[in-house]
Design a protein around this ligand. Structure first.
Ligand code: UD1
Ligand code: MG
Length: 425
């Protein structure tokens, strides 16, 4: 064991021992483990980065003048330490049910469903990390990328079914005269959960391609989820307090490892997060949204990603050609990023009509020939759209702008959820 390992491990274990004696509060222990995991992630990433390059896990940082080779998929370190943290944490939320004397655990009172849901959520996250890493190694095709989160979410669906299995939705006021206040959508609720997992994972992966943007957006969403949870944990509604507490157990270590990863991934990036991280982040959000029963609020935190997905749809569904990479392009003369573009040579008539409409609202930049026929269009991503509007920007300014938009989106989400919602529900 190296001296550094001893220096780290001894006080960390001692601290945990002291804390578990001093308090029974799982949230305090969760916070402690999260901070430790964050620090460990922060230390470990630069220590192992070179081994990733040696193992062939690297990518070109395309928006730098010399396009350096950067270690790729370091999200696997963040995700693995996160999983270890949660594994270590498993006994703590259930400690109050452990018998004081060596005796048999009361099978009548122990919350097996809660434990089942917790383990199912862990299995779901672990599967997603595994599939995400497989994607980084084998560069899986898009149609399979869509299926991967569906498979990974099956344990979560089962856990949800066992824990309470609520499949009804509360309808907004305008629909109530026709459909009533509550509508049981049955099996469709499970389809919705699976689609939420597909959306959360892929939407982060496609708002990507410049230093810091994947981890930056995820950090803001995670902080928003935690802030929302904190509104409930001490509230009078005990069932709500309990599920939001569980959401916090999952989101606190996520905030910690993401902060550490972002530190190394922010401009100029020393490491790339990889698809592993994007899937891991998206699935963590889907998991907390489902077990915390706040998937609609969660989707409000995804406003930039929803916009980016809808805006991307013509390319994702191939109405407009979609190049392998759509991130903005560096202009070496100015050191600023400019919108990248795609040829319209093989665009469908519907695709061309969409491009013309977007151009009318100045949402894309179109290059035309002398006769005014569109030849190329800026790639349909939020990053390129911001550059079309704001003009060329340095890479770190563009990443900061996306993070600022995400913060603005969360402020709007809280306003809608806690102010305007009374008009709808
Ligand atoms: C998704 C996007 C793709 C975008 C890519 C960037 C869609 C349909 N796909 O593809 O348009 O170009 O993410 O991640 O929208 N890279 C950088 N700087 C960064 C981050 C990544 O140069 O800050 C480059 C590196 O070469 C890295 C590669 O992007 O190796 C990673 O791309 P990958 O995650 O494999 O792309 P996809 O997720 O398939
Ligand atoms: Mg990716």
């Amino acid at each position: 064991m190296s001296t550094t390992t001893v220096l780290w491990t001894a006080p960390a274990v001692l601290g945990l021992a002291v804390l578990t004696q001093a308090t029974n509060d799982p949230l305090a222990i969760s916070t402690y483990l999260a901070v430790l995991t964050g620090l460990l992630t922060w230390r470990l990433i630069p220590a192992v980065a070179d081994r990733f390059v040696a193992a062939g896990l690297s990518g070109k940082d395309v928006n730098k003048a010399h396009q350096p080779i950067i270690p790729e998929s370091l999200g696997i370190i963040a995700a693995t330490l996160y999983l270890i943290c949660l594994f270590l944490f498993i006994p703590f939320p259930f400690r109050q049910w452990f018998p004081a004397e060596p005796a048999v655990l009361s099978l009548r009172t122990f919350p097996f469903q809660r434990l089942g849901e917790f383990l199912a959520a862990l299995l779901c996250l672990q599967s997603m990390v595994f599939l995400g890493f497989a994607d980084d190694v084998f560069d899986i095709r898009w149609r399979y990328k869509l299926v991967m989160p569906t498979v990974a979410s099956i344990p979560l669906l089962m856990g949800y079914y066992l824990s309470d299995g609520i499949t009804y939705v509360v309808l907004p006021i305008p629909l109530r005269p026709i459909l009533g206040r509550i509508l049981d959508i049955g099996i469709l609720y499970y389809v919705y959960i699976a689609m939420l997992a597909i959306f959360c994972t892929n939407s982060i992966n496609i708002l990507a391609g410049i230093n810091g943007v994947e981890a930056g957006q995820s950090l803001v969403i995670a902080l928003s989820v935690a802030a929302n949870d904190l509104l409930y944990v001490n509230g009078p509604d005990r069932p709500a307090a309990e599920v939001h507490l569980f959401s916090l157990y999952f989101i606190l270590p996520f905030i910690a490892v993401t902060t550490a990863l972002l530190w190394h991934n922010w401009y100029p990036a020393r490491v790339f997060v990889g698809d592993t991280y994007c899937y891991f982040a998206g699935m963590t959000f889907a998991v907390v949204g489902i077990i915390g029963h706040f998937s609609k609020t969660l989707l409000l935190f995804f406003i930039p990603q929803i916009f980016n997905f809808i805006y991307s749809a013509p390319q994702l569904f191939r109405l407009v050609p979609c190049p392998r990479h759509r991130m903005p392009r560096l202009n070496p003369a100015t050191g600023r990023l400019e919108p990248s573009d795609a040829s319209l040579a093989t665009a469908t008539p519907t695709g061309l009509a969409v491009v013309r409409t977007l151009a009318r609202f100045r949402l894309v930049r179109v290059a035309t020939d002398d006769a005014g026929t569109p030849l190329r269009v800026s790639n349909l991503t939020l990053l390129n759209m911001l550059l079309v509007h704001c003009g060329p920007l340095p890479e770190n300014h563009l990443a900061a702008l996306v993070v600022a938009l995400q913060v603005f989106g969360s402020v709007a989400a809280f306003t809608v959820r806690y102010q305007l919602v009374t008009f709808l529900y």
